[in-house]
Design a protein. Structure first.
Length: 135
């Protein structure tokens, strides 16, 4: 049952990313190009998503246990340290180069697999390298 709910929620999330244009790398790159062909429309995507996520986070933290799932992972460490900053920088550089981050890439794989598959391979290899380095 929880897998079906997760699939439905993931589909809604992916559909929202597609509808907002976040699966189009050029739209992302134009958003990041503040000195050139800047496209501010993704500010509205974030402006709509952040309050919804904040409300959901607040509601989840007030419950003793999740409604459908066995557990939920909520970060407990609030420390801003070197690994967090380095990881954020690497993520941002990759986002700026590819015009894609993991959520939209997985949403776009069904629509344009030939354009996204290289990114997803690099994403998986990077994740595996991280796991190997941090055992």
């Amino acid at each position: 049952m929880s897998s079906v709910v997760a699939l439905i929620l993931g589909g809604i999330f992916g559909g929202g990313l597609y509808y907002a244009g976040m699966t189009n790398p050029q739209k992302i790159l134009n958003f990041l190009d503040v000195a050139g062909a800047w496209d501010p429309s993704l500010v509205f995507v974030m402006g709509g998503g952040i309050p919804v996520a904040a409300i959901g986070y607040y509601l989840v933290t007030k419950r003793q246990a999740p409604v459908l799932f066995a557990d939920i992972q909520i970060p407990t460490q609030g420390l801003i340290d070197r690994p967090l900053l380095l990881g954020s920088a690497i993520f941002g550089i990759g986002w700026g180069i590819a015009g894609m981050c993991p959520g939209p890439a997985f949403a776009a794989v069904l629509l344009e697999p030939q354009a996204i598959i290289g990114y997803l391979v690099a994403l998986v290899l990077g994740s595996l390298a991280y796991e190997r380095l941090h055992r």
